[in-house]
Structure formats: structure tokens, C-alpha cells
Write a protein that binds this ligand. Structure first.
Ligand code: ADP
Length: 425
């Protein structure tokens, strides 16, 4: 099957989220961690490359994404998707805008859209303003994010300082008028040299209309939800009915009942999930200051004494004021790195002790964990919650299942939901 779309995601959970939604179509989806060394033979219809570039310096993020684009082009892709978080996680410098602009140059296209909306998960855009549930982004818990605090809700204002081209909007009133109205508005904006077009969407139906109108663009950018209608749109345009037949995911079952939950996310929903799991499972809270002083040996010792059949949990999850205090002592980056590296070490220890299911909360944290496990390719399985599939990989000779969840995804019982959704053979 020819490659239908090449996707680049700015973090690991973003990539699994995107891969999971694309896989809902039944089409083969392959998720690669980092840019593979070798050119692919027999690429999947949808190739997703997971990078870890959300908070890298802009130049490094641009280099990484351009390399990913080059690999996808070699694989035969002619349409591309730049995936970032549905809460537009970025700093005033980037990396959403600079990467989009670099990709546009390399692809040779003048215009793209920005649509991080994910209505199913409570992210909607109205008049260019991003909402999390009923709250404007800047009033949501994202205002206190450890790495990318979001202090403005207006996507045009957030994007403008990140790009050199003009920024515009297709608002909900136009989207409500349908694909032709969107096309017409895009053409007007293009005439006015507007390269970066934020598009409002408040419901799934909007995403379908936007995807239909924009399916011919060589580059689309957004959250995962705007990509969800694309497999069907592309398939009906380019393939025979036999090729569009939906396939059922054949999911491997874990070999053991041993599992571990690792949380480096302090997002509001993760805090609830950690509290919920702590009620009924052995758990250990990591103190970043102690980790900085004494390393992770005490946590490793604790883990080696646990019965992994009880799905123990290790977490650094904390309240915003606790995180602020830690960051003041250690610095934001250092604190993040210490926690990520500790959780990554614990994942390796758990794997070597036979954990065949590893649940990770936190986008950056998931990146560190998969890196430590030496995982470079994941086969995408069924979703546990919207945007979070189980994925399957090999790590140092062990077959493992990974559930990689970014901050606010899943319900309060997500960790148990994940474990119950994938029980041993
Ligand atoms: P999310 O998906 O919720 O954004 P991430 O893992 O992407 O979660 O980001 C959370 C960041 O916060 C990580 O770099 C993590 O190491 C860091 N972190 C986690 N716990 C703490 C803590 N107690 N103090 C300071 N930083 C922390």
C-alpha cells in the first residue's frame, strides 16, 4: 500500500495519541521513535515519527523535524502532518511555528492550518481562542505547566511571535458554512499572503468539514483529532475498496500479570489518576530534591521489593506550588531531567523483573522511558481512552506493552482502565 501521509509529532505521547486515532480507521499505522537510520521498506499507510522536540531549543527542533520530513519523503510520502499538543504547548520562541515554517519551506508550500482542537477531550477553538473544557487555555491548569506554562488563550497571539509569515483565522462562522466557505476563505487569506491559518473547531463535525476542505494541502498541522478523518478521506480518494477494508487490530496479550505505573506528569488529570491508583496499589512518591542529592537507588531498592502483580506505582506528580518550590531549588530543566531519568531507570528495572505492561503518565516522561528501554518502533493497538492506545514493542529481548499517556488524557481511573484493557493471555 502506498504511504498516504507522513506524520511528525513533537513528543511521544502526542505521537501515540495521533497513531491511535489514525488506527481507528483500521489502516496500518506504524509509530517510529526518532528518525530511523534506514530507509523503510514496505512502509505503513500512515507513518508517524515521534520526536522529543517540544521544549528543545528552536534550532535543534527544526533540524530534527527536517530530518524526519526527509525520511518520510524517502518513504514516498507527499502529504505531511505536524502534530503538537491540543493545548498548543509552546514557548514564545516555539517550537510549533518555527517547525511549521521550516517544513513549509522544505515541502514547498505557501500555506498551512493550525487546528489543535480535540472536542472529544474538551479542547475547542472559538474565534481563535483555545478552551480546555469551559475554561480559556490561560485560565486552565495549563497556566502552571512545568515546562510550557500557557498564559495566553489566543492562538494567533501565541503563534505570531513564533513565525515570520502572516497569521490569520478561519473562524467558526466560516467553518459552519462548510468546505466551500473554508476553501474560499483560505484563497482570500492566501492572496493576502497569510501563510499561517488558525482554524476554529468546537465539535467533531467541524473537524470533518475542515479536514475535507484542507485534505489537499501538502502540510497540515494541529492536534491529533484533525487528522482523524484523513485516513477515510485519503482512502476514498486514492485506493480501491479492497484496500479500504477495515482491519481488526490483533493485539498481543502480555505474558505475565506484572505491571508498573510510572508518573512524571503533574497535570490536573494525572494528579487525580495518581491519587486514585494510590488508594489501592503500593506506591512511592519521588522527591526530586532527594533524587538530585542521592540518585534513584532508594527508589530502585523499593521497586525490587515490590510484587509487580500488584501494579505498583512510582510518581513524582505533585501540586503546582510544590513543583514551583522544587524548580526554584533545582531549576526547571534540571528538575525535569532528574525526574525523567529516575522514572526511566525504574522502567528498565521493572522490565528486567518481568513487567510486561508499563503505564507511563507524562509526554516528556514517556519519551525518557521509551529511550531508556531502547524502543524504536511501536505497533499501535486499541485505544484505552481517547488518544491513548496500548502499544507493543520489543525491549532488550522482552515483549512489552506500553501505555503512554500525556498529562490530561484519560479519566480518573485511567491506570486501572489501562491494565484491565490488556490482561495476560
Ligand atoms: P505532561 O504530559 O503532564 O505535560 P510531562 O512528562 O510532559 O508531563 O512533563 C512534566 C515535566 O515535569 C517532566 O519533565 C517531569 O520530569 C517534571 N516533573 C515531574 N514531577 C516533578 C516535580 N515534582 N518537580 C519538578 N518537576 C517535575
Amino acid at each position: 500500500m502506498p504511504i498516504m501521509m507522513g506524520c511528525i509529532a513533537d513528543d511521544f505521547t502526542g505521537a501515540t495519541d495521533l497513531a491511535g486515532l489514525l488506527a481507528r480507521s483500521g489502516m496500518p499505522v506504524s509509530l517510529r521513535i526518532g528518525v530511523p537510520d534506514a530507509a523503510p521498506n514496505n512502509p505503513a499507510a500512515f507513518e508517524v515519527i515521534a520526536l522529543k522536540c517540544r521544549t528543545l531549543p528552536v534550532d535543534e527542533a527544526v533540524v530534527q523535524t527536517r530530518n524526519a520530513l526527509a525520511w518520510l519523503k524517502t518513504a514516498g510520502a507527499t502529504r505531511f502532518f505536524w502534530k503538537y499538543c491540543s493545548t498548543f504547548d509552546s514557548t514564545p520562541q516555539g517550537n510549533i511555528g518555527p517547525v511549521a515554517e521550516a517544513l513549509m519551506t522544505d515541502i514547498g508550500t505557501q500555506q498551512t492550518i493550525y487546528c489543535p482542537a480535540f472536542p472529544e477531550n474538551g479542547r475547542s477553538i472559538f474565534m481563535g481562542n483555545l478552551f480546555v473544557g469551559e475554561q480559556p487555555l490561560a485560565e486552565s491548569a495549563m497556566k502552571d505547566h512545568p515546562l510550557t506554562p500557557m498564559r495566553d488563550s489566543n492562538l494567533m497571539r501565541l503563534l505570531a511571535p513564533q513565525v515570520s509569515g502572516k497569521v490569520g483565522l478561519i473562524n467558526r462562522l466560516t467553518v459552519a458554512q462548510g468546505t466551500e466557505a473554508i476553501d474560499a476563505r483560505l484563497a482570500v487569506l492566501q492572496q493576502d499572503n497569510v501563510s499561517h491559518v488558525v482554524v476554529d473547531a468546537v465539535a467533531d463535525a467541524d473537524l470533518f468539514v475542515i479536514a475535507e476542505a484542507c485534505q489537499h494541502m501538502p502540510l497540515l498541522t494541529g492536534g491529533s483529532a484533525i487528522a482523524m478523518p484523513l485516513p477515510d478521506l485519503y482512502a476514498s480518494a486514492t485506493t480501491s475498496p479492497a484496500q479500504t477494508q477495515t482491519q481488526t487490530h490483533t493485539q498481543p496479550r502480555p505474558a505475565t500479570d506484572k505491571a508498573i505505573v510510572l508518573s512524571g506528569s503533574s497535570s490536573a488529570m494525572t494528579r487525580q489518576q495518581v491519587a486514585h491508583h494510590a488508594d489501592a496499589h503500593p506506591n512511592l512518591r519521588l522527591d526530586p530534591i532527594k533524587l538530585a542529592q542521592a540518585g534513584p537507588d532508594a527508589a530502585i531498592e523499593w521497586l525490587t521489593q515490590q510484587d509487580l502483580s500488584q501494579a505498583p506505582m512510582v510518581f513524582a506528580t505533585a501540586e503546582p506550588e510544590q513543583i514551583a518550590a522544587v524548580q526554584q531549588t533545582l531549576g526547571r530543566e534540571k528538575a525535569g531531567e532528574i525526574v525523567e531519568q529516575a522514572l526511566a531507570r525504574l522502567a528498565v528495572v521493572a522490565r528486567d523483573r518481568g513487567a510486561s505492561r508499563i503505564v507511563v503518565a507524562g509526554g516528556e516522561t514517556s519519551g525518557a522511558v521509551t529511550q531508556a528501554l531502547g524502543v524504536t518502533r511501536l505497533d499501535v493497538g486499541r485505544e484505552i481512552a481517547p488518544g491513548v492506545p496500548w502499544t507493543f514493542a520489543h525491549s532488550n529481548g522482552h515483549a512489552i506493552a506500553l501505555a503512554l499517556k500525556s498529562g490530561n488524557f484519560g479519566g480518573p481511573a485511567f491506570f486501572d482502565d489501562a491494565l484491565q484493557a490488556l490482561t495476560p493471555a
